[in-house]
Design a protein around this ligand. Sequence first.
Ligand code: GLN
Length: 474
Amino acid sequence: MNLYDLTAHQLLSLIKDKKTTVQAMVDSILSRAKSVNDKTHAFVRFHDPLLSDGTCPIPIGIKDNICIQGKLATCASKILNGFHAPYDAAVIEKIKGRGGVILGSLNMDEFAFGSSTETSAYGVTRNPWDLKRVPGGSSGGSAASVAAGQTVWALGSDTGGSIRQPASFCGIVGMKPTYGRVSRYGLIAFGSSLDQIGPLTKDVTDSALLLNIIAGFDQRDSTSVNKPVPDYTKALRRDVKGLRIGIPKEYFIDGIQPEVLKAVREAIEVLKKEGAVIKESSLPHTEYAVATYYIVATAEASSNLARFDGVQYGLRALPEKTRKTTLVDMYETTREKGFGDEAKRRIMLGTYVLSSGYYDAYYLRGQKVRTLIKQDFDKAFEECDAIICPTAPTTAFKIGEKSNDPLSMYLSDIFTIPANLAGIPGISIPCGFDANKLPIGLQIMTRAFDEETLLHVAYTYEQSTAWHLERAKL
Ligand code: GLN
């Protein structure tokens, strides 16, 4: 087996046993990253990998919306052309502090708006399992790079599914931690009440290891929660006897690809055999989640993106006309040239739902429905310890298949959005393949700050199956 096919925990033990060195590992993975990047287009830029002392010197790729001091951070948008991050994000400080080797920045949908990586100003990333298909999004570069062995693990961000859905499409593990568990300091904001940084890894053990590194309180993020961080690797036990797992009936609906349904049903059987108590449960407001999300998320996005006006960050564009240019002309031209179509669509939707006269009908009502969705989960978790369902209704779709149909694109997040609205953790783990050998993802959700049960259920399933051992052949 090649070093680039291995997980972080396997590589760390090879290094400990002196069977390889950090330098040899970094060389192997970086050369893999560069040699297949023409095919996947997962990295948008490589950094000079710096080796330093630390207990976890594992190569990592970083989504292009997370600030690395002195490096470009563009959110795959033209409007941030030439913007160099003035400081490290909290997660980057933590990774550097453990000796992590940052290989480069990864492609994404522009400002994380999308589910396919097609809205990137750099062009689409391709799914390593089938280069004609999307890797999912918006952390498509993060998921594809891990699946292609271009990095050992990666960081992504998840506002409505952007870690879990691409993990599902690329056959890897992607976790969105509880809102407040990982600092958002240095993450370029999309929807501040929904955004969360999380790990994309080859298996559940690595997910626990990387969460151990990045989790924790940070006073520079006002929504970071001051709760002790457990050692998540202690949750890696194969034992779910008596654990109550809820199957929400609203997540098993018409329109789901039959192979996805079959794989998820088989996964439920696996957990049942392992001793879990399977219960039907109900999340009655699920049908409103997508609509609610596209009110709350666009409102927050339109306000967060107001700062990109040609004054402080990245691109500044002036009108071509010769007449005297005003400040407003400069703002307008910069935003017209700098933002792509999907960003403009979100800014317009968000501005509309926040405008006086529509605020009560849309934004305020959206916030109320968000509370109902959260209460659904509170109620469900009175009777079960974890909920399982598909991560996405389909496997990876073809490049271009949905790019002219925003609504059908938005619907691919139907099962991941509710966890963001409720602030709870969710993980996607591989649970099979369809007839085209495209990966299928199983989603697990638990109560807020119960990443331990999340990892525990995920680990039990993973250890009872072999899906996580499959690698895409490039
Ligand atoms: N696909 C969803 C959207 O387009 C979620 C994106 C995300 O989680 N960043 O908004």
